[in-house]
Write a new protein. Structure first.
Length: 560
């Protein structure tokens, strides 16, 4: 649907306003006219009643009712709004209808107030009554009949009833004239509005649109023609000002583009030079990276060698300890000596495995996780390290939770973890002290998978010299040690951290200088421990050798 033009909209609005004003004026004028017409109708009705009363008073006494009826009919036909004309005769103080105009409605009783006024005998007195009936106003006029021979006595009354005009009837009466006036006003408004817009609005707008079209085509020198300082003149002036600013901004933009192109050429040349320098630098960096890779391989080889010496030294120290004890027990306790010999054989086998692992270091090695009872494993580790603890005057305290759930672990690796922690505790208590190893269980709070139940906690606490916060921040770094040269390689706690990661566990350290150190190891427990049965118990004799071989790692702690 095409939009309406401006002059059409204006015409419709002006026509609607004109019609509305005419309707309001018609209603307002009609109300005023009604009041004037009603006053006129009342005056005429009163005058006709008085005239009819005087005419009947002047009739001879011998005049019959026919003369009176003719007079009444004449008054009834004189006005279209006349509803009723009748003559009342007074007989003994009571007013009785004597003559009524043809077509009159049944007579209504004269109100008592009106009767009282009529009986007063005043000359030419007029008594009126006004009431509304079915939306119309009925005006009743009573004039007394006073015959000359009766000494001014009221012998009867004349009643004239007229229906007064209302606003709708007046409005309908003038509606046709008002409609023609409205049509004429709308036609004049339409014609004048069209001519006015055609000359004063559309022509200037067409010229301005032509200038805008030229500006859109790139002709920025176009100018709107000057006009008087009215609304359209101001619009043309502002448009010319806008075009002037656009021309200035366009020139400035072209100047900036030229400058930008020049700078881009310079930057491109510089970038080409930087790329050449970068290529040379990349070549040198590649060569340096190759040299660093070689140095890293040498450092890894050195670290592997240090770890090899560290791990081999631990079982050798343990073999030495048991050999010294065995020399005194061969005579008095042959059974104990035989147990020592078994431990020595196991540690020698562990040295063989360490050597094999060092030879296979080039391939990735992961722990083999099986259901494991940590309490049984810790008892074996403690049995293997008791002689060294007694030699160092360290009191061992064990507190194992009998309801500890099993974990998924590798006995060989975990023995190395506990022995390294025990050896660190021995080094921290050169003058003796107390070492406490305890196990417990707790909830994780938010298990990471369906196989994880409660967490298993192992606490290894000593009463040694403790560590400062700065030392705690570096204890898990490779080759970091606070021991004297030749007594530690700085790899023991690195091995502990690596094994805990492979077991999905966590390690926490609490220590204060002079107040000892506590290592807390947290392992994820297995669900349904009661269904595992014997599979969750300590390893059998064929695996015990491997476990005790890891116990040899305990002697590593004395060197780490």
């Amino acid at each position: 649907m095409r939009p309406l033009k401006l002059h059409t909209k204006t015409t419709l609005l002006a026509s609607a306003i004109t019609v509305a004003v005419l309707i309001v004026a018609l209603l307002t004028i009609s109300a005023r006219v009604v009041d004037l017409v009603r006053d006129e109708q009342k005056a005429l009705a009163e005058w006709q009643a008085i005239s009819l009363a005087e005419a009947i008073s002047d009739l001879p006494t011998s005049g019959g009712p026919q003369d009176m009826a003719n007079a009444v009919a004449l008054v009834r036909s004189s006005r279209p709004n006349m509803v009723d004309v009748r003559v009342w005769e007074r007989a003994g103080g009571v007013f009785v209808e004597r003559v009524a105009a043809a077509g009159s409605e049944p007579a209504e009783e004269i109100p008592e107030e009106t009767k009282t006024a009529l009986r007063s005998g005043l000359t030419s007195s007029v008594v009126t009554e006004q009431r509304s009936e079915a939306g119309n106003t009925l005006y009743r006029v009573f004039a007394p009949i006073q015959r000359t021979g009766d000494r001014g006595r009221v012998s009867g009354a004349v009643e004239v009833a007229e229906r007064l005009d209302n606003i709708p009837s007046i409005a309908v009466r003038y509606a046709r004239q008002a409609a023609w006036i409205a049509l004429a006003a709308v036609a004049l408004t339409t014609l004048s509005t069209y001519l006015l817009f055609r000359r004063l609005v559309y022509a200037p707008i067409e010229r301005l649109l032509g200038v805008i079209a030229r500006a859109k085509a790139g002709e920025l020198e176009a100018q709107a023609p000057p006009r008087p300082p009215d609304e359209l003149g101001r619009l043309s002036q502002e448009f010319n000002s806008l075009l002037s600013q656009v021309r200035e901004m366009t020139g400035e933009r072209e100047r900036r583009q030229a400058l930008l192109r020049e700078r881009v050429r310079e930057a491109t040349a510089q970038l080409r030079q930087r790329n050449e320098q970068l290529a040379a630098t990349n070549l040198e960096l590649w060569r340096t990276t190759r040299r660093l890779t070689q140095f890293e391989r040498l450092a890894a080889a050195g670290q592997t060698a240090a770890q090899f010496a560290h791990e081999v030294g631990t079982p050798l120290n343990l073999i030495s300890c048991h050999a010294q004890l065995m020399s005194g027990e061969l005579r008095d306790k042959p059974a104990a000596a035989e147990s020592r010999i078994e431990i020595i054989v196991e540690q020698i086998e562990r040295i063989e495995r360490i050597v094999r692992r060092m030879l296979d270091r080039t391939r990735a090695e992961t722990a083999e996780l099986n259901p494991l009872d940590l309490n049984a494993l810790l008892r074996r580790v403690c049995d293997a390290t008791v002689p060294v603890l007694e030699t160092g005057q360290v009191c061992l305290e064990m507190a194992f939770d009998p309801g500890l759930p099993p974990i998924a672990g590798d006995a060989d690796y975990l023995q190395q973890v506990f022995i390294n922690l025990i050896n660190n505790a021995l080094d921290a208590m050169p003058s003796g002290g107390s070492l406490r190893i305890a196990t417990s269980s707790a909830d994780w709070g938010a298990p990471s998978n369906n196989c994880v139940g409660a967490q298993v906690i192992v606490d290894v606490a000593d009463t040694g010299c403790g560590m400062s916060r700065e030392t705690q921040a570096h204890i898990f770094e490779p080759l970091y040690t606070t021991k004297e040269r030749g007594k530690g390689a700085g790899l023991g706690l690195v091995v502990v951290s690596h094994v805990m990661q492979e077991h999905g566990g966590q390690i926490e350290v609490e220590s204060e200088p002079g107040q000892g150190t506590r290592f807390r190891l947290r392992f994820p427990g297995l669900k349904g421990a009661e269904e595992l049965g014997s599979s969750a118990t300590a390893p059998q004799n064929n695996e015990g050798g491997q476990e005790l071989q890891d116990c040899a790692g305990f002697c590593e702690l004395s060197e780490s």
